[in-house]
Design a protein around this ligand. Structure first.
Ligand code: NCD
Length: 326
């Protein structure tokens, strides 16, 4: 694996390897006063974001910096993209500046692969990491979600995961369905018919329109943001009706299994998808997801940049703890 573009490109073993490596990084950093490993000293990583982001960009940047890489952030709105430069030219420019890896977020599905194909065709060594492309994929989000489930519930295999809300426009749902089914979890998508993906009957999931029926059965209730920026037209009658049918209210949360957890990729729309108090309750793992995101992104950067994408070699190599002592 030269790039990380799509969960479909990863085997079950590679997924588990990256999750284990994320745990190794967490342990290596735990309790350290100075969060700085020498792992990627001398590497240069660019983030190239054509969409807004708080969590994903800052955690990639933190991941790179905690491993001593130089991290440069480029936002479409403040770069030459705003002057009309193409993705190809921007990618080539960044590579010419000296990028060893480009972490890209883009509103078009397929943009990350397009960039990777262009750079490969020119024989560039630059790694491309997909940080979210349109409705298509967000692989590091699915990895950090799985790490969080494993931390909270001990395993991923056999879990029943209800993914609730705007599945149509969500790249988080696509990456999660791919990853969770590879690891043997059972996924049910809960959404109004207008917010289910086209041809969902061909997906390896169950589908339900009835959140009340599903909430008590799930081990994980993963809420999705309503992606207003990708909606043109009315997908549901009103916010109030959406919240009543598909919001995680206090009453619904009270019907969850005692052991079940609530997840959300963020940003949360409190009061709409999720009740204010439920969002802050102990069974809600949202901030743990964010924290795990840093370690997952360290694992991905380390695997691609130090081991050419060979997950087995990355996990077998000099342990992150050893390199921490270096
Ligand atoms: C998600 C995204 O951008 O796909 N956010 C994130 O990366 N944590 C979900 C969203 O924006 O709703």
């Amino acid at each position: 694996m030269k790039h990380l573009l799509d969960i479909a490109d990863l085997s079950r073993e590679e997924i588990i390897g990256l999750m284990d490596e994320a745990d190794n990084f967490r342990r290596a950093l735990e309790g350290r006063e100075i969060k700085k490993l020498p792992t990627l000293r001398g590497s240069t990583v660019f983030t190239l974001f054509y969409e807004n982001s708080t969590r994903t960009r800052s955690s990639f940047e933190t991941a790179g910096k905690w491993m001593s890489a130089d991290v440069i952030n480029i936002s479409a709105s403040s770069s030459s993209v705003a002057k009309g430069e193409s993705l190809k030219d921007t990618g080539e420019t960044i590579t010419a500046v000296g990028a060893d890896a480009i972490i890209i977020r883009h509103p078009s599905s397929g943009a990350a692969r397009h960039l990777a194909d262009q750079l490969d065709a020119e024989g560039r060594a630059t790694h491309v990491i997909n940080a979210g492309d349109g409705r298509h994929q967000h692989p590091t989000q699915a990895l950090l979600d799985a790490v969080t489930m494993r931390q909270r519930l001990g395993h991923v295999e056999g879990l029943r995961v209800a993914i609730v809300g705007d599945c149509l426009h969500s790249r988080v749902v696509r990456s999660n369905v791919d990853l969770l089914t590879k690891l043997g979890a059972q996924v049910v998508l809960v959404a109004p018919p207008t917010l289910l993906p086209v041809a969902v009957e061909n997906w390896p999931v169950e589908v339900s329109y009835d959140f009340d029926a599903e909430v008590a059965k799930a081990d994980v209730v993963m809420m999705l943001r309503v992606q207003a920026e990708r909606m043109h037209g009315g997908f549901f009658p009103s916010h109030r009706e959406y919240a009543a049918l598909y919001g995680l209210s206090k009453e619904r949360a009270a019907r969850m299994k005692d052991t079940a957890i609530v997840m959300h990729p963020g940003p949360m729309l409190r009061g709409m998808e999720i009740n204010y108090a439920v969002a802050d309750a102990p069974h809600t793992a949202v901030l743990q997801q964010v924290h795990n995101g840093v370690h997952v992104r360290m694992a991905v950067l380390h695997t691609l940049l130090s081991h050419g994408g060979d997950v087995a070699a990355a996990t077998a190599g000099p342990s992150t703890t050893e390199s921490a002592e270096a």
